[in-house]
Structure formats: C-alpha cells, structure tokens
Design a protein around this ligand. Structure first.
Ligand SMILES: *[C@@H]1O[C@H](CO)[C@@H](O)[C@H](O)[C@H]1NC(C)=O
Ligand SMILES: *[C@@H]1O[C@H](CO)[C@@H](O)[C@H](O)[C@H]1NC(C)=O
Ligand SMILES: *[C@@H]1O[C@H](CO)[C@@H](O)[C@H](O)[C@H]1NC(C)=O
Ligand SMILES: *[C@@H]1O[C@H](CO)[C@@H](O)[C@H](O)[C@H]1NC(C)=O
Ligand SMILES: *[C@@H]1O[C@H](CO)[C@@H](O)[C@H](O)[C@H]1NC(C)=O
Ligand SMILES: CC(=O)N[C@H]1CO[C@H](CO)[C@@H](O)[C@@H]1O
Length: 512
C-alpha cells in the first residue's frame, strides 16, 4: 500500500495505535431507484440584498476576489453557481429611480448585523455585471405596500438591467413571519395567498411589457418552516389548498434551512459545534422535513431548492460557524441533501456574517479573507466535478461523528467521500487520532487518488486546504495556490481500498 499524508507523517502511525477500524470492509450501496442526477450547481449562493454591492463591487470598482472565488466553482464543475440576491433586507429595500448612489444603508444601531432600511437606485444593478456570466435570482420587496407602481418599477429595472443573466424573481422573504411583523397579527395565510398572487401577476405584466420574451418566473414561497421557529401555523399543504400561485408562475421551490438559531450572537459556539454541526444524526434530523416536503410537493413539478440556507440562523455564531468544523458539516449536509433529490443549496452570505464563506471587503476590523466554510463548498464542487450523470448514495456508518458517500457516474462507482467529524482542537498537544475505513471497490480498479480537506483543527479559522490547495485572499486573491504539492495515491488490494482519516478531516477518493 502506497499511502502517505502530505501534512502529517505521524497520522499513519497514530492511526494504527489509537485509531479505530471497521473490522469488515464496507459495501457501497447502489443508487436507489428514483435517485436523480445531481446538478453541478448544487453549491450555489444567496447574498443578502443590502450587502450585494460589497460582495460584487460595481462597474468602476469590481470585486475581483469574489469573482475569483465564484470562478473556482466553474473551473471544477464547468458551470457557475447561481446567486440569489435577497434575504431579510430585501423586504426593507426601496427602489428609488432618481437615486444616484447605488445603495444607502440605514442602521438603527451601528453594530446591528443588518440595516433597517435600504434605498437603492439604478446603479445598484452594476453589481450584476462584475462577477462574470453568473445567473441571478433577484429579490423583490413584498412588504412595501404604499405603491404598486414602485413594485412595477423595481421589477422593470431588474429585468432590463440584469438582462439575460436574470434566472428568476423572488417576491418576499420568509413571509411565514409576516403576521405581527410586516402585517397585522391577524394577517392570515389566505391574505398572504391573495397578496402574493396579485403582486406576482402585476410583476409579470410589467416585465412582459418592458422585457419581451418569456417571463422568467419565480422562486417561491421562500418560507422557513422549521421546528425551531414560530411559523404561525402556516403549512405548505394549506398554502396550496388556498390557491397559492394559481397562475403557476413558480419555476423553482425555495425553502429556507438552518441547523439551529443563534439567540445570543456573543456566545461562543465551540460546545455546540460537535453536538449540532459535526453530527451526522443531527443533519439527517434537520433535513428530514425538507425531504418529505419535496416528495409531498413533487406533483407540482418544480425543482426543489434550499433558496437560502446556512449552518446556524442569525448570521452564525463565532467558534461554531466560522471554523473548520463548519466545512465538515457542509460536506456531510450537502451530500445528504444531494442523495435525497434536493437540487440546489444557496449558502447565504453577508458582510461580517459569522457563517460567511468569505469576507469580501474590510469591515468592522475584519480583513478580507476566505473563510473555512468555502472549502467545504469547494470539496463538494470537486466531488461532483463535470459529470452530468452523478448520483450520490450514503454509506451507513455507526457513529454520529462520521459519514461516507459513494458517487456514481451512471451505473459506475467513481468516487467515495469520507468525513470524520470527531472534534480535534488545533491547540491539542497530543497526536491527532485517526480512523481507518475499508471500502469494497467493484470491478478491476487498481488505484485511488486521495484529496483531503484538512486544517490544524475543527476550531481553526484559517490554514484550511483541499487537495493541498489554498484559496486564501492573501496568496492570490482567492485563486487556487498549491501549498502542499505531494500527490497521494492508494492502491486497491483484493478489491478493497483502505484509508486513514484523521479526526476533523475529510477525504475525496477518486477511482482512477
Ligand atoms: C462604486 O463603488 C465605489 C467603492 O465602493 C464607490 O465609492 C462608488 O460610489 C460606487 N459607485 C456608485 C455609482 O455607487
Ligand atoms: C386585523 O387587525 C387590524 C388592526 O391591527 C384591524 O384594523 C382589522 O380590522 C383586523 N381584521 C380582521 C379581519 O380582524
Ligand atoms: C407549472 O409549471 C411547471 C414548469 O415550471 C410545469 O412543469 C407544470 O406542469 C405546470 N403545472 C401546471 C398545472 O400547469
Ligand atoms: C448528535 O445529534 C443527535 C440528534 O440530535 C443527538 O442525539 C446526539 O447526542 C448528538 N451527538 C453528539 C455527539 O452530540
Ligand atoms: C475543544 O475546545 C473547546 C473549547 O474551546 C472544548 O469545549 C472542547 O471540548 C474541545 N474539544 C476537544 C476534542 O478537545
Ligand atoms: C399598494 C399595495 O400594494 N397594496 C396592497 C397592500 O396589501 C394588501 C394585502 O394585505 C393588498 O390587498 C394591497 O393590494
């Protein structure tokens, strides 16, 4: 066996001393019937409306760093991620045709995560032309209720200014919170259905006049229906029973998803990291309602996406969502979603957000940087690669702290992903334990290429690599830079491949 670790010569040795092994080699299941191909843009983005200019820049000051980070996905998969521009701030934003500045942000308290009022003018839309040929889902404000003309103007400006890069519209964000916030406490689901149906048809007529060609349609309903949040008893079954979207303007379902809610942004999330994020069981439990909803709604024949999602709601929590453990969560979460026909994951981003994949500009003392979650997304992009016939199957393991998946191209097993989510702190002075896995590999397969996602620990906020590559801002403004150049290849022996995975790391095995 020709196996070596580019970072940790020790790990092989320690793996044999203290590491755990499965006594039998694991059989990789075949794709289940009904498993659909995984789109290559599974890893997509959602950018908070208020902070889109910070991420994208504008005509005179394009943000090259963000552009590079998005291009890395194109280089791995052959397609760009889709970018939704929206979020809570979308329902607090007013389009002002005469405004010269691209955007004005009005804060209640300067330390707040989000402004309470956003005014944007025509030059806001320059930001849609700085990132390359990316397609956008553009958020319109449903809350604004004093002038239907303002909604029409905003939609017309969006379709003319974004042009062919406009994938879909979205009208309103998380309106299951509307009773008692955007509307009076007695605002009912039926009121919502009537308002959305009316406003969406107004948008459609305005856009069809101004922008000839087929109407792009909507992503909807953008509800966040989680056990952990108050949903006012609104259910999606009732929504459609009441005649929601009677004109069938929706093209893609969007439901929002978070693993939990951060009620105290100043608390340190280290203790919750293992319990909530680096936990395969918690991921399965979290996604179960989305998966069953996607089956219940299949009759409507729209793509099922998580149109806004990330690890912990409330912009994340330091020590939990800004560390490498979040990247390990990302890999397990994404592959479990992909294995269950969820078509896109729009990872939500905002300036200074504690779960952001990158910080696009210097702000509040936080330097421009690629953050650990980005590496989890990149590992998924590398796992899917350029194949258009990928299917993902879960390989059942015993512990909460581990996960493995097989990736098929058509009927052929082509890759294996293993995630060891046992916490290992970067300051731990004793050796890093590892766990050995053996997988049965069908056919006449001889060699397996290994690309590891690793960092000094699950609590690390920097020094992450995937396949020996860093995407740090400081190296080449987010372009890939090889920092560990040793290639790792393992040989298949007797139809079995054997691999050591250090705690708090993941590996992509490609059958070559
Ligand atoms: C473009 O961005 C720069 C830098 O953020 C800013 O100074 C300028 O005002 C922006 N241009 C417009 C038209 O808003
Ligand atoms: C809902 O509440 C508003 C005031 O908050 C009131 O004006 C309205 O009449 C109420 N509507 C119903 C149907 O009770
Ligand atoms: C609604 O539109 C979708 C395409 O977005 C289509 O597949 C579906 O058949 C339509 N449903 C009805 C009832 O027309
Ligand atoms: C993982 O999550 C499950 C389900 O929430 C929980 O029962 C279990 O205790 C968690 N495991 C760890 C190690 O915290
Ligand atoms: C890592 O450090 C955190 C506190 O920073 C602690 O709660 C946790 O138990 C440590 N984990 C390990 C595996 O040492
Ligand atoms: C001008 C405007 O958009 N008015 C709408 C405000 O909201 C109600 C529903 O609560 C609609 O019926 C109005 O058309």
């Amino acid at each position: 066996m020709l196996s070596f670790f580019p970072l940790m010569g020790m790990a092989v040795f320690l793996g044999r001393c203290h590491g755990l092994e499965y006594s039998e080699s694991l059989v990789i299941p075949r794709p289940i019937s009904g498993a659909e191909y995984v789109p290559r843009d599974l890893q997509s983005f959602s950018i908070e409306f208020a902070f889109f200019p910070d991420y994208a820049g504008n005509k005179s000051h394009p943000n090259h760093f963000s552009k590079n980070l998005l291009e890395n996905f194109k280089d791995l998969t052959g397609v760009y991620p889709l970018v939704r521009v929206g979020g809570t701030s979308q329902d607090h934003s007013e389009y002002i045709p005469g405004q010269e500045e691209n955007i004005q942000l009005i804060y209640e308290n300067p330390d707040d995560d989000q402004p309470i009022q956003i005014n944007y003018g025509p030059t806001f839309f320059e930001s849609y032309h700085t990132l390359g040929p990316v397609k956008f889902l553009h958020g319109l404000n449903q809350n604004q209720n004093h002038s239907i003309k303002q909604l029409q103007d905003a939609a017309i400006e969006a379709c003319t200014a974004i042009g062919p890069q406009l994938h879909l519209f979205e009208l309103g964000n998380e309106w299951n919170f509307a009773p008692g916030s955007y509307r009076s406490a007695n605002y009912s689901l039926l009121d919502y259905v009537r308002e959305w149906n009316y406003k969406s048809s107004v948008i459609k007529s305005a856009v069809q006049k101004a922008c000839p060609g087929p109407f792009p349609g909507f992503m909807a309903p953008s509800f966040v229906l989680l056990d952990s949040v108050e949903t006012n008893g609104w259910t999606v079954q009732e929504l459609y029973n009441l005649g929601y979207d009677s004109k069938n303007l929706t093209k893609e379902f969007s439901f929002h998803n978070y693993m939990g809610v951060n009620l105290d942004p100043t608390s340190n999330g280290a203790d919750d990291l293992q319990k909530t994020l680096m936990n395969h069981t918690s991921i399965i439990e979290n996604l179960a309602p989305q998966i069953s909803r996607s089956k219940d709604l299949a009759y409507l024949d729209h793509l099922y996406t998580l149109g806004e999602m990330n690890s912990i709601a409330g912009q994340g929590r330091n020590g939990e969502t800004n560390v490498f453990g979040d990247a390990l969560w990302m890999v397990d979460f994404s592959l479990w979603a992909a294995a269950h026909n969820i078509k896109r994951l729009h990872l939500h981003q905002g300036l200074n957000y504690r779960y952001a994949s990158w910080q696009p500009i210097l702000s509040k003392g936080e330097a421009i940087a690629t953050r650990p979650p980005y590496y989890g997304q990149i590992m998924i992009a590398a796992t899917l690669g350029r194949a258009e016939n990928s299917r993902v199957v879960n390989i059942p393991l015993k512990e909460d702290t581990e996960a493995a998946y097989g990736i098929y191209h058509g009927e052929k097993l082509s890759k294996i992903v293993v995630v060891n989510m046992k916490a290992f702190n970067e300051t731990t002075s004793s050796g890093r334990p590892s766990r050995q896995y053996q997988f049965q590999v069908p056919g006449r397969q001889y060699r397996v290429k290994v690309e590891r996602m690793i960092a000094p620990g699950s609590d690390s906020t920097s020094d992450v690599t995937f396949g020996g590559i860093s995407y740090d801002y400081d190296l080449k403004r987010g372009k890939p830079v090889t920092v560990h150049s040793k290639k790792e290849i393992v040989e298949v022996r007797g139809g079995t491949v054997s691999i050591d995975i250090p705690d708090s790391s993941a590996a992509l095995l490609t059958l070559v």
